[in-house]
Write a protein that binds this ligand. Structure first.
Ligand code: 5GP
Length: 107
């Protein structure tokens, strides 16, 4: 059965798209920790980020870097933090979180 993120990528569930290429998709988190909180997901459905091959993981991080730099322009902030959680949705993803100050860091 397709994950909720695969349905988002397929356009079956609406999302606010931030960026997309052939292999990855980035969109705003529905329950953001801060404004601009974005999720980066591989189009290939795997449960957890470390189930990806080394090559896919490297490509995903390069994609995430470009998305993070774009987020930094759109939501002016000190840095964009990156987190791997994966408790809720069994489809590999990275959280990109704009950080203004230390108290924004909730984890
Ligand atoms: P995790 O699996 O890393 O613990 O968290 C999954 C994240 O996906 C959560 O931050 C949650 O808000 C987000 N999320 C879950 N369902 C949806 C959805 O349907 N749309 C969007 N945009 N985000 C979602």
């Amino acid at each position: 059965m397709a994950t909720i993120f695969s349905k988002i990528i397929a356009g079956e569930i609406p999302s606010y798209k931030v960026a997309e290429d052939a292999n990855f998709y980035a969109f705003l988190d529905i329950n953001p920790l801060v404004k601009g909180h974005t999720l980066v997901v591989p189009k290939r459905e795997v449960d957890y980020i470390y189930d990806l091959s080394d090559e896919e993981l490297a490509q995903m991080h390069v994609f995430a870097k470009h998305v993070a730099l774009a987020i930094q322009k759109a939501f002016p902030c000190k840095k964009v933090g990156e987190a791997v959680i994966g408790l809720e949705v069994p489809h590999a993803h990275i959280h990109l979180i704009p950080i203004q100050k230390e108290s924004d860091m909730l984890f």
